[in-house]
Design a protein around this ligand. Structure first.
Ligand code: KIV
Ligand code: ZN
Length: 512
């Protein structure tokens, strides 16, 4: 019997700390449902004390998810911990994750606290958390650069105070695999009460070593890994969930543990997160990149045709790569539509929402004869985004003109809080002209940081899914739009980003 390796996903918390990856409550819920379907053990849903919006998102995830533990992050302050406890109160299984920095540089320069004060605060934090739940995780932030003797003292004390999981973060991605594995081994051996807790690791990817460091820690006895879909996260990101899970599964001969993950849900999760955050997956990314299972060279192709094991160590279908599935068409009815959404785990919360989504589906089916799962996901995602953030700006109509040798021109009508406004502009292309026309009306002055178009399925009638990232006064937001006409998809994405800027959700960063 192998040990269980607990998979703790922090896409919704650390992943969201990537500049530009902030998600709405509805988007977080969609990702959380996919994580639950993938059988992630613990979902870190956010940092409730950051803002009311974050609190509401964590609460919504806690109230919805049944099969995974829902965790909230809290600094080692009583008010943060209380807020976190309140947010996860509705969870069938909830966890409070509290942390304080223990490295000399963080204690001196960031916290301006003496080591003894940090130790005392850590113990208090765990005790406060234990008043609300018996599932408490403690992290000594920047453990990778902390002194081992001090770490041992802090961890022994927080275990005595009631922590049930001890997470060792390599906050700045400084560790290297052998040394990090040795650190975990040393902590387990030297801390007298270490046997009472699960050891966890949380590695950042600044040196490209997050997965290697996490796996080295697993070999040294860690039994929880913190990771994110597509390796999303602060700066260079966190350890990628898909890489950890597939490494442990593929190299069963090396690892004395296994995860409970349904690996066929990995690619759908990767697509969902990439679509919502606008952080595209590079084609050569392990497991979830478009080329991860593509064999180009003749020798490889020949080998794979004779026996796939010659060049393949995993099967594409085991991680969820499948042929695009034709699901519905123009003549499909409401029931077929509803049941396919259910199979995809998409739950619309009212008949009204289902009707709205169904009528958009009919419009799409008129333009595009074959509707695939990905089309449905994009359609529902747009629908959800509209409900989540108030639709202050809405596209009414768009006419764009392009002709060889002529300056592209766009004429747009949008409604602003119900009032129709129109403008026209020239641009270097129809998308540029449309954005300029929108700006003539809105005058947001936001910087366009990212414009990306992705064909949702294959074929020239595919829908284009556009992500627009805007930056204004320190805030970064992503907007998405999908349509078979990519100029219209772009205008929708731009307006969706403007709606998010308009909603003015403010939030604090947990580690600053
Ligand atoms: O990287 C880090 O140290 C963190 C902690 C809050 C666990 O994200
Ligand atoms: Zn982190």
């Amino acid at each position: 019997m192998k040990d269980k390796l607990i998979v703790f996903d922090t896409t919704l918390r650390d992943g969201e700390q990537s500049p530009g990856a902030s998600m709405t409550r509805e988007e977080k819920l969609r990702i959380a449902r996919q994580l639950e379907r993938m059988r992630v053990d613990v979902i870190e849903a956010g940092f409730p004390a950051a803002s009311n919006g974050d609190f509401e998102s964590v609460k919504a995830v806690a109230d919805t998810i049944k099969d995974s533990t829902v965790c909230g992050l809290a600094r080692a302050h009583e008010a943060d911990i209380r807020r976190c406890a309140e947010a996860i109160k509705g969870a069938r299984s909830g966890r409070i994750h509290t942390f304080i920095a223990t490295s000399p540089i963080h204690m001196e320069k960031k916290l301006r606290m003496q080591p003894e004060q940090v130790l005392e605060q850590a113990v208090k934090a765990v005790k406060w958390a234990r008043k609300h739940t018996d599932n408490v995780e403690f992290s000594p932030e920047d453990a990778g650069r902390s002194e081992v003797d001090f770490l041992c003292r802090v961890l022994e004390a927080v275990i005595d105070a009631g922590a049930t999981t001890i997470n060792i973060p390599d906050t700045v991605g400084y560790a290297v695999p052998e040394q990090f594995g040795n650190l975990i081994r040393a902590l387990r051996e030297r801390i007298p009460n270490s046997g009472k807790v699960v050891f966890s690791v949380h590695c950042h990817n600044d040196l490209g070593l997050a997965v290697a460091n996490s796996l080295s820690a697993v070999l040294a006895g860690a039994r929880q890994v913190e990771c994110t879909i597509n390796g999303l996260g602060e700066r260079a990101g966190n350890a990628a969930l898909e890489e950890i899970v597939m490494a442990v599964r593929t190299r069963r001969d090396v690892f004395a543990c296994d995860t409970g993950i349904d690996t066929t849900q990995i690619v759908p999760a990767s697509r969902l997160v990439a679509g919502i955050t606008g952080f595209a997956v590079q084609p050569n990314k392990a497991i979830v990149g478009a080329n991860a299972f593509a064999h180009e060279s003749g020798i490889h192709q020949d080998g794979v045709l004779k026996s796939r094991e010659t060049y393949e160590i995993m099967r594409a279908e085991d991680v969820g790569w499948g042929a695009n599935k034709l699901v519905l068409g123009k003549h499909s009815g409401r029931n077929a539509f509803r049941s396919r959404l259910q199979e995809l785990g998409i739950l619309l919360d009212s008949e009204e929402a289902l009707n709205a989504a169904f009528s958009r589906f009919k419009e799409l089916a008129d333009k595009k004869h074959e509707i695939f799962d990905e089309d449905l996901q994009a359609l529902v995602s747009e629908e959800a985004a509209m409900h989540d953030v108030s639709e202050h700006y809405k596209l009414v109509s768009l006419r764009a003109h392009t002709e060889t040798g002529e300056t592209p021109h766009a004429f747009i009508v949008i409604s602003e809080d119900g009032r129709e406004r129109r403008a026209e502009a020239d641009g270097s292309g129809p998308v540029d002209a449309s954005f300029k026309a929108i700006e003539k009306i809105v005058g947001s002055g936001a910087d366009l940081q990212l414009f990306s178009v992705n064909a949702i399925t294959s074929g020239s009638d595919a829908q284009g899914e556009v992500t627009v990232r805007l930056h204004k006064a320190g805030r970064i937001v992503n907007g998405q739009g999908a349509d078979t006409d990519i100029v219209i998809a772009s205008a929708k994405a731009y307006l969706s980003a403007l709606n998010k800027l308009h909603s003015r959700l403010e939030r604090a960063h947990p580690q600053v």
